[in-house]
Design a protein around this ligand. Sequence first.
Ligand code: ADP
Ligand code: ZN
Length: 211
Amino acid sequence: MRIILLGAPGAGKGTQADSIKSKYPIAHISTGDILRANVKAGTALGKDAKAYMDAGKLVPDDVIVGMMESRLAEADCKEGFMLDGFPRTIAQAEALDKMLTAHGIKLDAVVSLEIDDDTVVSRLTSRRVCKQCGEIYNTVLKPTAKEGVCDKCGGEVVQRDDDRESVIRNRLAVFHTQTAPLIEYYTQKGLLIAVDATGGKDAVLRILEKN
Ligand code: ADP
Ligand code: ZN
């Protein structure tokens, strides 16, 4: 199975991906996670990307496309993959089409997680993440037992730099202008499945199982 998870920041692409993985053991490729790992490791890619990410802007297409070309060539993608956070622009989608054609493979579906902006802002301003193990918390829905300390590993639990409200508003504006056109792009290819992003953590899995 080869799918794309499309949706605004905070729509819950990562949560849906985890649920899908429990049933379909395919590679989960999150461009945001790859970029954050590079920032943390201080690689050249991470240094290039950090300023864009902190401002809520998109990292340039050529950087992302190069990164994804090598990621999709890795062995774990042979049996299938779900893309979380890529493509995010029409140019990236066209580059992906070329990569897939070159490998003689096709996408099965593009899942669009639908959510309104105010829900995103309230979700993301309450999101926290463990610096050490990456576990995701929420100050309202899933607080840590002890404030600022990870239940799993004891690491420091913090707010992501780009989860402040002003940056979230930027990321939403970027989504509406640059990424939302992909909904039309994949509708025309007959691949789009729209899913209500407030439908719970297994919303996408349930729909994939029906198809
Ligand atoms: P979210 O979907 O919650 O905004 P991600 O973790 O997917 O967050 O991405 C965080 C940041 O990484 C984005 O705001 C952007 O700067 C960068 N990024 C991730 N994926 C891409 C991409 N496909 N193209 C350009 N920039 C990207
Ligand atoms: Zn932790």
